[in-house]
Design a protein around this ligand. Sequence first.
Ligand SMILES: [Fe+2]
Length: 447
Amino acid sequence: MITPRRLLIASFLLVLPLLDAATTIVRGPYLQSATPTSMVVRWRTDNTEGSVVSYGLERNQLTSSAKAEGVTAEHIVPLTGLKPNTKYYYTIGPAAVPPANAEKKSAGEDAAGKNPVNSFTTPPPVGPAKPTRIWVLGDPGTKNAVQTAVRDVYYKFTGNRATDLWLLLGDNAYPDGTDADYQKAIFEMYPKTLATSPVWSTLGNHDGKSANSLTQSGVYYDIFTLPSQAQAGGVMSGTEAYYSFDYANIHFVCLDSHDSDRTDTGPMMQWLKADLAATQRDWIIAFFHHPTYTKGTHDSDKDSDSQGRMNDMRAIFLPVLEQGGVDLILTGHSHVYERSWLMDGHYGKSQTFDAKQHVKQSVSGRADGDGVYRKPRARTPHFGDINVVTGSAGHASAKPVPLNHPAFYLSLNEAGSSVVDVDGLKLDFIFLNDKGEKRDWFTIVKE
Ligand SMILES: [Fe+2]
């Protein structure tokens, strides 16, 4: 006899496969560890299923596919054998997409749980110059209207100009860097950029509340796939906590100012020295969370502030970076914008700053002002670098802050993000505030 109860069970069993088909993508896709010939595509689904990326050179011809074995909700698919500096279209799902279906999908006729066609451009061959746009976000993860405004100002500014790569300077997801914090502050905030531009991150103190650099575990290390094996250039660090990579004629160095050994004989320092000695790129851009100098929401003169991490980065790591010929140092942590002169050799507290000794070129760096900064093309130790604190992509300080560190040409208590454009031997830097105003800019030229 068919009782109502049996009928209910039977209909539930019939519906089960449909429920399974309704698996949805809840995170991503996002792009990691980009190299001229490879890309790691990641995403998350609400149920476990297969992991396949279908890709190709035309939107409606996704003729190649790559997959990860097994079923999972956390999908990580490396694409290999790609052509450098080439635009690829791709879509993600549990199985390869017949090429003929891709066009339909892109037109918004997605079946339940399916995802539209996105695209990315692989990095160019390492060495030769290529105009490169880099978006820099320090301390973005407030999840609030300021973070949204800073994002939208940049989207309007860059328009159809692709973002070749973007940097997260730590404190990416407040308050505790949990998976739920990252979901709101990163994955729901920047879906468009995550799907089209590779993102590279450094660990902040708030991310460090849910992660451990020594054991390479926790949310931060679960979310990011970073090149511990020198997959993207540079010298192998053996850890995702600090690493380097190349893009065209730029060498990027990521340090962990929060949770790794910062002594002058530690593994991070040994690796940094080897990495700087080995690189042949025209430009070196270093990034980490704790600033070398600041008088914003933190004070780099106070030994107790941030348990001495700012002191360590300035007194221990900055001399090595400057010996290695670093051009630009990008940091956050202090929720302000502060930008130095072209400077060298200032490793003490602010009262030991001596403009005559430490400022190498006392101009604004502006072509439309008193002149750009000039450096020789050949890497020259201690020729001068610009230190930037750009830690206000999620909020500026609510209270007045001193903003009086003498190393800085300009200090602003304003929310915003920074844009670096490298074109051959010219580097243009811009700070855009949350109202869309270009509040600082400078240029370094190598000749
Ligand atoms: Fe911080």
